[in-house]
Design a protein around this ligand. Structure first.
Ligand code: FMN
Length: 197
């Protein structure tokens, strides 16, 4: 449906959803969300579909104090993967922890001892919570980007964030003011991913 045929809420949703784009964390700078805006962004996650009301997702905000620890982890992970990495490459890996004024680690808890909810549903639920965060950040005028990488899935990451046994890291979410950004208009059309059954 063309956005011009939508009512005002539909037009707003169309604009909000289609204007959200991945922005590289390198391009997300201060100012970040105020404490009130941060709460709005985090509360948006709570509106995600959640079968059994189990809140399977969790968001860890990486404080300014903890960024050093995360930076060391990124640097050590690179050295472990590639002992020949140059000092510049190691420093670049470390700097990833310092990008963006708001940095969150998103996780999903797949423990099924207390519920019968399938893992797929928990992961979908967490994905919806992440998207709500991205859309609310967009609505408040901030850019956002998701990042993963090998270090995310490492045992050291689990230890640093004290993840529970069945808690899986999903991605980092960086939120901030967009410095520069090349718009990505390459989005698939519904006809390419739908069919009639
Ligand atoms: C869980 C997850 C992790 C991602 N990690 C990265 C990443 O490490 N680096 C990257 O360039 N894009 C990553 N992406 C992809 C971007 O977030 C983005 O979705 C993609 O570049 C398409 O851009 P768009 O969201 O503007 O359509 C990730 C996406 C997801 C869903």
């Amino acid at each position: 449906m063309a956005s011009s045929n939508l009512d005002s809420l539909g037009s707003f949703a169309h604009g909000l959803i289609h204007s959200r784009q991945h922005v590289s964390p390198k391009r997300l700078i201060d100012p970040g969300p105020s404490p009130f805006q941060k709460l709005e962004i985090l509360n948006a996650a709570g509106a995600a579909p959640d079968h059994g009301k189990i809140t399977p997702w969790h968001f860890y905000e990486v404080s300014s104090k903890s960024r050093n620890l995360l930076g060391d982890l990124f640097a050590d992970a690179l050295i472990a993967r590639d002992p020949g990495a140059t000092l510049t490459q190691v420093d670049e890996a470390r700097q990833k922890a310092f990008r963006g004024p708001l940095l969150l680690l998103a996780t999903v808890n797949l423990n099924s001892e207390l519920d019968n909810i399938p893992e797929q549903e928990k992961i979908i639920s967490a994905g919806c919570a992440i998207q709500n965060i991205l859309l609310m950040a967009n609505a408040l005028g901030f850019g956002s980007g998701l990042s993963s990488g090998k270090a995310l899935y490492s045992q050291k990451m689990r230890e640093l964030f004290l993840l529970k046994e069945k808690e899986q890291p999903l991605c980092f979410i960086t939120i901030g003011t967009i410095s520069t950004h090349k718009p990505n208009k390459d989005r698939p059309d519904a006809s390419s991913y739908t069919s009639i059954f």
